[in-house]
Design a protein around this ligand. Structure first.
Ligand SMILES: Cc1ncc(COP(=O)(O)O)c(C=O)c1O
Length: 377
């Protein structure tokens, strides 16, 4: 008889064994080193292409594997999951798909979230209402205060790249009312944060960070009402029906989120994405989130003991894998000292160092990082 405990442990062991990043790597919010499984899949697909056989269908068949795997992890049905080239590109497509009304966005967001709305606004489509600035937490209260009669959508990151704050998507949904659309950039949380993604009308998540699949592809999931409300304006020949009937006619858009396809994506990117999502699914996001939360808390405790200011939220409900240390005025020096000690993190401005931990991070490194930072505290 199989023992679920043992099965879980075996799955987790296989998951851990697939990753080989350096001990001091604490930079998953920048990019997530891919697994051995991902590398092997990409190599296999490259070899398939190199053989020069009739591999086109097999190569582009990776798209379907991604859409199914992303659907399983996000809760969106596969027909509501489309693919695009990056988080930014997906947000541009969504932003240009909206005509009229205004969209509420935190000015302190990662700029991938502000430029699409600024550009669509300049083009005379939807307007943008920027609120706050660097460090503003997009709480339901901040959203509620920013809404106007004109607001047709709110666009927010599920986890903020700078503060590490995990947005309260259910709370935001509540204050938005039933008719406004919620656009969510999931790149800083998808795969490690156990979020109800179906609260979003639009979810965009690039593969290169916490999902650990590398660059060149993002999932773009859309509820049926979002498919209705966002025009497929920045879309292309693969987003329409009978795309291989080259008859010189404009074809109607595909029925679901796939209408946002512009062209074929690189099968090496989609193959990597499918494999990485499969690996996450093999252990489950709740298990990954549990370990990430324990690691984040352990790092916070080490920073506390070293007298280093912690600027990211401490509560599990408000955070994911990002831990931010405040080193006023000496962050660049401290960041260089970390690099000398083999610890990779991101320097943000004059005073902040952003660490990010994953389920494969080794906990010994937290004390090492705190020890390096202690003299700068
Ligand atoms: C919140 C957020 N969105 C988007 C991006 C960029 O995504 P992409 O390179 O897929 O456009 C980043 C970081 O690079 C980010 O932190």
């Amino acid at each position: 008889m199989s023992n679920p405990g043992n099965d879980d442990a075996a799955a987790f062991e296989a998951y851990q064994a697939s990753f080989t990043e350096a001990h001091g790597y604490l930079n998953f919010a920048s990019f997530g080193p891919p697994s051995r499984a991902v590398r092997e899949r990409v190599t296999h697909l490259l070899e398939l292409a190199a053989d020069g056989g009739d591999a086109s269908e097999a190569l582009h068949g990776e798209d379907l594997r991604v859409r199914e795997a992303f659907a399983r992890l996000s809760g969106f049905p596969p027909e509501d999951v489309g693919l695009t080239g990056s988080t930014s590109l997906g947000l541009f497509q969504v932003a240009f798909g909206l005509a009229g009304g205004s969209v509420l966005v935190n000015a302190g967001e990662f700029p991938a979230n502000t430029y699409p709305w600024l550009r669509t606004s300049a083009a005379g489509r939807a307007r943008v209402d920027l609120v706050g600035g660097p460090g503003t937490l997009m709480t339901p209260d901040v959203v509620a205060r920013g809404l106007t009669d004109d607001t047709v959508a709110v666009s927010v990151s599920a986890v903020d790249f700078r503060t590490g704050y995990r947005a309260d998507l259910a709370g935001i949904r509540d204050v938005m009312g039933p008719d406004r659309l919620l656009v969510v950039d999931g790149i800083q949380g998808f795969g490690v944060a156990d979020v109800d993604w179906t609260l979003a009308d639009v979810l965009v998540a690039g593969a290169q960070k916490w999902i650990r699949a590398g660059w060149g592809v993002a999932a773009l999931a859309m509820s049926p009402r979002a498919v209705e409300r966002f025009d497929p304006l920045l879309t292309g020949w693969t987003g329409v029906t009978d795309s291989r009937r080259y008859d010189g006619e404009e074809h109607p858009p595909l029925p679901g989120a796939q209408r946002f396809s512009i062209s074929n994506l690189s099968p090496y990117a989609t193959g990597a994405f499918a494999e990485a999502l499969g690996l996450i699914g093999s252990v489950g996001v709740p298990a990954i989130e549990g370990i990430v939360a324990t690691h984040a808390q352990a790092l916070v405790e080490q920073l506390d003991s070293a007298g280093v200011e912690v600027l990211s939220p401490r509560e599990r409900a408000d955070s994911a894998g990002i831990v931010v240390a405040g080193i006023p005025g000496r962050a660049a020096e401290a960041h260089a000292a970390l690099a000398d000690a083999g610890i990779i993190a991101t320097l943000h401005g004059e005073g902040r160092i952003r660490f990010s931990v994953h389920a494969t991070t080794r906990s010994e490194v937290f004390g090492e990082a705190a020890k390096v930072l202690a003299p700068f505290a």
